[in-house]
Design a binder for this molecule. Structure first.
Ligand SMILES: NC(=O)C1=CN([C@@H]2O[C@H](COP(=O)(O)OP(=O)(O)OC[C@H]3O[C@@H](n4cnc5c(N)ncnc54)[C@H](O)[C@@H]3O)[C@@H](O)[C@H]2O)C=CC1
Ligand SMILES: O=C(O)C(=O)CO
Length: 386
C-alpha cells in the first residue's frame, strides 16, 4: 500500500473527480474544470517523478480523469486502475506521448490526450538557441569569463562556426521541425535539407519563396532539398536538428554508424526525445572529435546523463526545457485539462489538432470540444464540426 500522498483540492463538492499528478502553471486550467462541476485534486508531493504506485494511490476508488506528465509510466496497470475507478479520460501535459501505452488505454476505453501546437514555436526557439550556443561556443565562453580567464581580445579566442550559407538538416519535419527549419533558413540564410516520412510541402514553399525574395534583392538565394534517406542529411548538413516522434523506428536513429557519416565539424541538436540518440556512442564520438559539437535538451535516461557527457566542453546540455515559456506551459495545462474535461462531458473531438489557439484565448470561453485525443478514431469518438 503506497503511503498517503499530499494533495490540494479545488471545488470539493464538484461532481467529477479530476486528478492532476503535478501542479501545473497558471490557474485558467483549474477555473475551466471547476466551472464545469469538477473537483480538482492536485498532487503536491515533493517528489519529481511519481511512481506507478503513487499514481494508483492518487486514482483511488473514484476518478473520472487524470492529467499526467511525460515522466510517468502510463501503461496497463494505470489504465486498468483508472477504468476500475470509473475513469474514461487521461491527458499527457505534453505533445509527445511515448510514455503512454495507447493500446492499453484502448483496451480499457480510456481517451488519451496530448497538447500539440501550443509548444511548436517555443520548442523550435530552444533548438535554435542550442544551435547558436553550440556553433558559437557560448557556454564555454561564459564559463571562461566567470573563471576570470579573459585577459584581452585574441584572434583565436573561441572561434566557432558561421551558420550563414551553410546547410541545416532537419530530421522529422513535422510541426516543430518545420518551425525550426524556417527560423534557421530565414534568420540565418541557411540552405535546408530535410528527411521525413512525409513531404513538408508548406515548408518547401516557404523556402522557395524566401529564396526568390533574396534573389530579387541581389542576395544569394537559399535552397531546399527533401532527402530520399536520412544518410543524405547526415552526409550533407553542417547543422542537424532532430525533431521526430520517439517510436521503434526512431530509437537510436543516431548511433555510432550515423555519427561516423556526419561531418567532423558538424553540430547536432536534440530537442525531441533522448533515446533518438545512442548517448553512449555520442559521448565516444564527442571525445574523438573535439570539433564536433552538440546541443542537448533531452537525454536517454533522464534525469541522468551518460558517463563522460558532463565533462565534455563540446556539449551544451539543458534539462528538458524546450517548451518552457510561460505562454506555452500555461497553454499546455489548459489543453490537457480540456482534453480530460471534454471526454468526461462527452464533447466532440476538435477537427484539427494543429489549430488549437482558439482554446487558449484568455478572454473567451474555449470551444466545447477535446483539443487533441490521439486514440479518438480507435474509440469511435466523433469529430467536431466547429
Ligand atoms: N524537448 C521538449 O521539451 C519537447 C520535445 N518534443 C518532442 O518533439 C516531437 C515532435 O513534436 P511535433 O513536431 O509537434 O510532432 P509532429 O508529429 O508534428 O512531427 C513529428 C514528425 O516526425 C516524423 N517522423 C516519424 N517517424 C520518423 C522517422 N522514422 N524518420 C523521420 N521522421 C519521422 C513524422 O512524420 C512527423 O512529421 C514530440 O513527439 C516530442 O517527443 C515536443 C515538444 C517539446
Ligand atoms: O511536450 C513534450 O513532448 C515535451 O517534451 C515537453 O514539452
Amino acid at each position: 500500500m503506497a503511503k498517503p500522498i499530499s494533495i490540494e483540492v479545488w471545488n470539493p463538492s464538484g461532481k467529477y473527480r479530476v486528478v492532476s499528478t503535478k501542479p501545473m502553471p497558471g490557474t485558467r486550467w483549474i477555473n475551466l474544470l471547476t466551472a464545469q462541476d469538477c473537483r480538482v485534486e492536485i498532487c503536491t508531493e515533493k517528489k519529481t517523478i511519481l511512481s506507478v504506485e503513487d499514481i494508483l494511490a492518487l486514482i483511488g476508488d473514484k476518478c473520472d480523469g487524470v492529467i499526467g506528465q511525460l515522466t510517468e509510466d502510463w501503461g496497463e496497470v494505470l489504465f486498468a486502475a483508472l477504468k476500475r475507478a470509473g475513469g474514461t479520460a487521461f491527458s499527457n501535459m505534453a505533445v509527445g506521448y511515448n510514455n503512454v501505452d495507447v493500446s492499453a488505454a484502448n483496451k480499457y476505453g480510456v481517451a488519451v490526450g496530448n497538447t500539440p501546437g501550443v509548444l511548436t514555436e517555443t520548442t523550435a526557439e530552444l533548438a535554435a538557441a542550442l544551435s547558436l550556443a553550440a556553433a558559437r561556443r557560448i557556454v564555454e565562453a561564459d564559463q571562461f569569463m566567470r573563471a576570470g580567464l579573459y585577459d584581452g581580445w585574441l584572434p583565436h579566442l573561441f572561434v566557432g562556426n558561421l551558420l550563414k550559407g551553410q546547410t541545416v538538416g532537419v530530421i522529422g519535419a513535422g510541426r516543430i521541425g518545420s518551425a525550426y527549419a524556417r527560423m534557421m533558413v530565414e534568420g540565418f540564410k541557411m540552405n535546408l535539407i530535410y528527411y521525413d516520412l512525409y513531404q513538408a510541402t508548406r515548408l518547401e514553399k516557404f523556402v522557395t519563396a524566401y529564396g526568390q525574395f533574396l534573389k530579387a534583392n541581389g542576395e544569394q538565394p537559399v535552397t531546399w532539398k527533401r532527402a530520399a534517406t536520412m544518410v543524405d542529411v547526415l552526409r550533407e548538413a553542417d547543422l542537424i536538428s532532430l525533431h521526430p516522434v520517439l517510436d521503434k523506428t526512431t530509437y537510436h536513429l543516431i548511433n555510432k554508424d550515423s555519427l561516423a557519416i556526419m561531418k567532423k565539424e558538424a553540430i547536432l541538436v536534440n530537442a525531441s526525445r533522448g533515446p533518438v540518440i545512442d548517448e553512449a556512442a555520442l559521448v565516444e564520438h564527442l571525445k574523438a572529435n573535439p570539433m564536433f559539437r552538440v546541443g542537448l535538451d533531452v537525454f536517454e535516461d533522464e534525469p541522468y546523463m551518460k558517463p563522460g557527457l558532463a565533462e565534455l566542453k563540446n556539449a551544451v546540455v539543458v534539462p528538458h526545457i524546450a517548451s518552457a515559456s510561460k505562454w506555452t506551459r500555461e497553454g499546455m495545462a489548459t489543453l490537457a485539462a480540456l482534453n480530460v474535461l471534454g471526454k468526461i462531458k462527452g464533447f466532440p473531438i476538435w477537427s484539427d489538432p494543429n489549430q488549437v489557439v482558439v482554446f487558449l484565448e484568455e478572454k473567451s470561453a474555449p470551444p466545447l470540444a477535446c483539443p487533441s485525443i490521439v486514440n479518438a478514431k480507435h474509440l469511435g469518438l466523433t469529430a467536431s464540426k466547429l
